[in-house]
Design a protein around this ligand. Structure first.
Ligand code: ZN
Length: 350
């Protein structure tokens, strides 16, 4: 069995809106509840989070923006963008979300853990260097990738973003850098509007951003095909020293915000594909970071299967070959071809 770490802390529920909001504390309530089930309890190694420091936040965010979020502490709720609230404890919670992810990185790179999942909120992948966006305050996964390179002196990090939405903030953080490869599958056209096939990075970062924009419809088989045809060959050629997953569960088939058809078995299989190539390139060092996912039962069941996969309780023998059988080629063949054409100049494996 793998040593799988989890970051959880009740303080992540302190970021609370004053009206209904899909990105609510209940998302963690159901996940933390699931972790207490007999089947799951005691199987994971607890990682105690800490607050990210100002210097760590500045790996991605400009001081003026950090100051803006800091100024919301202790205040009545304000909206930082049309979708993104900050209430009295949001700044502290967001610092703890980024910091919790960093501790997961330390433990995995220190070798105490094989892999880890940070169950933190607010989520991060829409947060830009200078503004809040799409429920996100600080970009947890981007800060963690920057930190892994700087503090642990790694050469290359891969960020896989399977959230329903394009991670504009993460993409922009590393758009001109070759030391962080950003790969995203996302519903398109859709919020936030970025993530075209031809957004491939610029300058020295050219070829180190990979976007797979998708019409609604793809499920377990189609995602598997995309991961195997595009992500896996690129990852094997890139050879990252650490892999991050911006793990959004809003591609779940019943998610209220999305039109994708992924089931818990499908999520487990995607996690398995990632863990398998990470085993080849970086001894399986994968840090999953929670992003979206708004169907509470779906979130719980999907995360549960991903955790079991990380630990080796399911799919221990490898990816689920049966899933591939059901692939609807009309949904994805065209986009796979377009992405390959856009990326071929940069990757021999494609
Ligand atoms: Zn999302």
């Amino acid at each position: 069995m793998a040593h799988t770490g989890i970051v959880r802390d009740n303080r992540y529920m302190d970021h609370v809106a004053n009206t209904y909001h899909p990105e609510s504390h209940q998302r963690l309530e159901v996940l933390y509840g699931m972790l207490q089930e007999t089947e799951m309890k005691g199987k994971f190694i607890e990682v105690q989070p800490r607050m990210a420091t100002r210097e760590e936040l500045e790996l991605i965010h400009v001081p003026r923006y950090i100051q803006l979020v800091a100024s919301t502490a202790g205040q009545a709720c304000t909206m930082l963008d049309p979708d993104t609230y900050a209430c009295s404890k949001s700044y502290e919670t967001a610092k703890l979300a980024a910091g919790g992810t960093l501790v997961a990185v330390d433990r995995v790179l220190g070798g105490e853990l094989d892999n880890a999942f940070a169950f933190v909120r607010p989520p991060g992948h829409h947060a830009e260097s200078n503004r809040a966006m799409g429920f996100c305050l600080f970009n947890n996964v981007a800060i963690a990738a920057g930190y892994a390179l700087k503090t642990h002196k790694l050469r290359k990090a891969l960020i896989i973003d399977w959230d329903l939405h394009h991670g504009n903030g993460t993409q922009h953080s590393f758009y001109e850098r070759a030391d962080v490869l950003y790969f995203s599958t996302h519903q398109f056209p859709y919020y936030p509007g970025t993530g075209y096939v031809n957004e491939v990075g610029s300058g020295t970062g050219k070829g180190f951003t990979v976007n797979v924009p998708l019409s609604p419809g793809p499920g377990d088989a189609e995602y598997m095909q995309i991961f195997e045809d595009i992500l896996e060959p690129i990852a094997m050629e890139y050879k990252p020293d650490i892999v991050f997953v911006s793990a959004g569960f809003d591609i779940y088939y019943q998610d209220p915000l999305g039109g994708m058809q992924v089931t818990p078995e499908g999520f487990a299989n995607l996690a398995k594909i990632v863990l398998e190539f990470a085993k080849e390139t970086c001894k399986g060092k994968v840090v999953f970071v929670l992003e979206g996912g708004y169907h509470l039962d779906g979130l719980r069941d999907s995360v549960k299967d991903v955790l079991k996969t990380m630990r080796g309780d399911i799919l221990a023998g490898g990816r689920d070959e049966n899933i591939r059988e059901g692939v609807d080629h009309r949904m994805i063949d065209d986009i796979i071809k377009k992405v390959k054409e856009a990326q071929k100049p940069f990757w021999k494996n494609l």
